[in-house]
Design a protein around this ligand. Structure first.
Ligand SMILES: [Ca+2]
Ligand SMILES: [Ca+2]
Length: 114
């Protein structure tokens, strides 16, 4: 319902509006890498489709080592609570204090380089 939030430039991938063929879009209308999606889903503790600061901190604290062991995130991506908070702040580009999948994917894709 709030998909327009945090997407001021209409970043929707490479297809232009006049492209005759429109590929089937994923449900959120944005292509996330599989890794970013897997991580997002792992951190979204209440499964409401957004990440709060608390979820990021708590989930990384509790699941970080497991996620790293499974290769979902690099080991160096597991920091303390401060690092998790910093990751959240870096990702929340529109300042609404929750991370959309798009915001999250943008920062982890860049940070983890996958
Ligand atoms: Ca959530
Ligand atoms: Ca946000």
């Amino acid at each position: 319902m709030d998909q327009s939030l945090g997407n001021p430039d209409g970043v929707r991938g490479v297809l232009s509006r006049t492209e005759p063929y429109e590929a089937p879009l994923p449900t959120r209308g944005h292509v996330m890498s599989d890794k970013a999606r897997a991580l997002f889903d792992a951190l979204d503790l209440d499964h409401d489709g957004t990440l709060t600061r608390t979820e990021v901190i708590v989930a990384l604290r509790e699941k970080g080592p497991t996620l790293a062991a499974r290769g979902v995130i690099p080991f160096w991506g597991v920091g303390g609570d401060d690092a998790s908070a910093a990751l959240f702040d870096a990702a929340d580009q529109n300042g609404d204090r929750v991370l959309s999948p798009e915001e999250f994917a943008a920062v982890v894709d860049r940070r983890f380089g996958w």
